[in-house]
Design a protein around this ligand. Structure first.
Ligand code: HEM
Length: 456
C-alpha cells in the first residue's frame, strides 16, 4: 500500500499559506501522512517527507540519487562551491581535505578559544543593562568562527561583518523560497546590497588568506593553515578562489546556526525556571569541585562536566532546529520503500515539524531537557536530526555542540537573563536558519549580586 498521500487543499492555497507561514504549513502537514504530495506540476512534483524511515532513505540510503539542486544554486551566489553546495566527486574530495579540521584534538583546542571569547562578552555585559541577544550571540559566534577557523581577530570590523552577514542571509532566504529567482546580475536593490555585503566579507577572507601566506606557521593550527597545506593528486595547492569558498562556507554555515540556537536556549530557559535552576546547580557544582580539588578544568574538561547543559542544547535543537528545512531533488525516477517517485521530484524535510511529533516525544511542545538524559537513543534514527545525516550531514556538529554548551555554561554561571518586558511570546522566523523574529532584548542580572540580594 502506498504511503504517499495527496494534500487535500488546493495548489493555490498551499502556495500562499507556505509563503505566509512556512512553519505552520509544515507542522499541519506532518499528521497528514508519511509523505505528503503537494500535487504540484508534473514538471516539478514536490513532496513533504514526514516519516523518519523516508528521511533516512533520502539522506542516507539513496543519497547518491539526490542533489541539493535549486537551494544550493541560490547559496552558491554567496559561498561559491564550498562543502555545503558542491555535489558528487568535488564534494567527496573537499570533505576528505576538510575533515581533519574537525578532529577531536582540534575541537578541544577550539574549546579554549570559545571560553576566552565568551568571557570577553561576559566582562562587557553590565548588570541590568538590556542587551540585544541576537546581535550579541551573532557577534560572539562570528568572532569564534573567525578565530578558530582562520586564526583571525575581528575586534575592529565585527559589527560591519555581522551586518554584511545579516544582509546576505536575508536576501538568500527570500530568494530560496521565492517562486521566481531573478538573475543575480540584475541591479535590483536587494541584489546590489547583497553584492556589497559579499565584497565586505570577501575583503576579510582574502585579507586572512594573504596574512596566512605571509606567515604560514602562525596559522598552522587553523582550518586556513590546513587549506594552505593541502595538495591535490598532482601536488598542486588549492586555488585561492576555492579556499575563499570554503572559508565563506564555514563562516556562514558555522555561526548563524549556533547563534540562533543560543538565543532560543536563553528564551526557553527563561520560560522554564526549573530547567534554569537545574542548569545553575550543575554549573555551581562544577566550580565547587574545582575549588575542592584545587585543579582548574580545561575547556574540554568543563564541557564533559556539564551533561545537563548538553541536554538543554539538545532540547533547544529539537524545538527550534536552526536548519528548519532540508531540501533534496532527484534527477531521475526512483523507488523508495515501495513507492515510486517521478523524475525531477523535490523533497522538503523539516526537522522543525518532525521534532514536534507527540507520538514520538510525548508533550512535544514542552521544553524538557531531561528527555535527553539517556542520549537520543530511544527514538527512530531520523525522529531527531538537527544536524541532518548521511554524507551531507553537518561537518561542524561536534564543534557546534561543544561551542553552544560552553557559551551557555560560561554565561549562565555569571548571569541570569530575562526578557525586557513588553515583547510577548517569541515568534519563529524561518530564514536560512530559524531565528526569533525581531531578535530578543534581554536583561542580564549578575548572579553574585542576586545572591547577595537574596542573603540580605
Ligand atoms: C547548531 C548549529 C548547527 C546546526 C543546527 C547545523 C545544521 C546543519 C545541517 C542540518 C546540515 C545538513 C544540510 C543538508 O543536508 O542539506 C549542515 C551542513 C553543514 N554544516 Fe552545519 N550546523 C550547525 C553548525 C555548524 C558549524 C559550527 C559548522 C562549521 C564550523 C557547520 C558547517 C556545516 C557545513 C560545511 C555543512 C555542509 C556539509 C556537507 O554537505 O558535507 N555547521 N549543518
Amino acid at each position: 500500500m502506498t504511503r504517499v498521500v495527496d494534500i487535500p487543499s488546493s495548489r493555490m492555497s498551499n502556495f500562499f499559506r507556505f509563503q505566509r507561514d512556512p512553519l505552520g504549513f509544515l507542522v499541519d502537514a506532518r499528521p497528514l501522512g508519511d509523505v505528503v504530495s503537494l500535487r504540484t506540476s508534473s514538471f516539478r512534483p514536490t513532496f513533504i517527507v514526514n516519516a523518519p524511515d523516508f528521511v533516512q532513505e533520502l539522506l542516507v540510503h539513496q543519497e547518491d540519487k539526490l542533489r541539493k539542486g535549486r537551494s544550493a544554486g541560490v547559496l552558491r551566489r554567496t559561498i561559491g562551491d564550498g562543502l555545503l553546495t558542491s555535489e558528487r566527486e568535488p564534494h567527496r574530495r573537499q570533505k576528505r581535505y576538510l575533515t581533519p579540521a574537525f578532529y577531536k584534538e582540534r575541537i578541544n583546542a577550539y574549546a579554549e578559544i570559545v571560553i576566552s571569547e565568551t568571557r570577553r562578552l561576559a566582562d562587557a555585559l553590565q548588570d541590568g543593562v538590556p542587551v540585544a541577544m541576537h546581535d550579541a550571540m551573532m557577534q560572539l559566534t562570528l568572532g569564534i568562527i573567525a578565530k578558530t577557523m582562520f586564526n583571525t581577530e575581528l575586534a575592529r570590523d565585527k559589527a560591519a561583518l555581522a551586518k554584511a552577514v545579516d544582509v546576505t542571509i536575508r536576501h538568500t532566504a527570500s530568494t530560496i523560497f521565492s517562486p521566481v529567482i531573478l538573475p543575480f546580475g540584475w541591479p535590483t536593490p536587494g541584489n546590489r546590497a547583497h553584492r556589497q555585503a559579499i565584497r565586505t566579507l570577501d575583503a576579510m577572507i582574502y585579507g586572512a588568506i594573504a596574512a596566512a601566506k605571509a606567515q604560514p606557521d602562525a596559522y598552522a593550527d587553523s582550518l586556513l593553515g590546513l587549506l594552505l597545506d593541502t595538495r591535490d593528486e598532482e601536488g598542486q595547492p588549492i586555488p585561492d578562489a576555492e579556499m575563499r569558498d570554503q572559508m565563506m562556507t564555514m563562516l556562514l554555515a558555522g555561526h548563524e546556526t549556533t547563534a540562533n540556537a543560543l538565543v532560543w536556549a536563553w528564551y526557553a530557559l527563561e520560560r522554564s525556571p526549573e530547567s534554569a535552576g537545574r542548569l545553575r546547580l550543575e554549573l555551581d557544582a562544577v566550580r565547587l569541585r574545582e575549588k575542592e580539588t584545587g585543579e582548574s578544568l580545561s575547556a574540554a574538561g568543563y564541557y564533559r562536566e556539564m551533561p545537563y547543559a548538553r541536554q538543554v542544547v539538545q532540547e533547544t535543537l529539537r524545538l527550534y532546529p536552526p536548519a528548519w528545512a532540508i531540501l533534496r531533488e532527484a534527477d531521475l525516477a526512483f523507488d523508495m520503500l515501495g513507492d515510486a517517485f517521478p523524475a525531477r521530484s523535490s523533497f522538503l524535510i523539516s526537522p522543525y515539524a518532525i521534532h514536534r511529533n507527540d507520538g514520538v516525544f510525548g508533550d512535544a511542545e514542552a521544553f524538557r531537557p531531561e528527555r535527553f538524559a539517556d542520549g537520543a537513543s530511544g527514538w527512530a534514527r531520523f525522529a531527531y536530526f538537527p544536524f541532518g545525516g548521511g554524507s551531507r550531514g553537518c561537518i561542524g556538529s561536534q564543534f557546534a555542540m561543544m561551542e553552544a554548551v560552553l557559551i551557555l555554561g560560561t554565561l549562565a554561571e555569571r548571569f541570569d537573563f530575562s526578557s525586557e518586558p513588553g515583547q510577548g511570546e517569541a515568534e519563529p522566523e524561518p530564514l536560512v536558519s530559524l531565528r526569533i523574529k525581531g531578535g530578543r532584548m534581554m536583561i542580564p542580572r549578575r548572579r553574585s549580586a542576586q545572591a547577595q540580594q537574596d542573603e540580605a
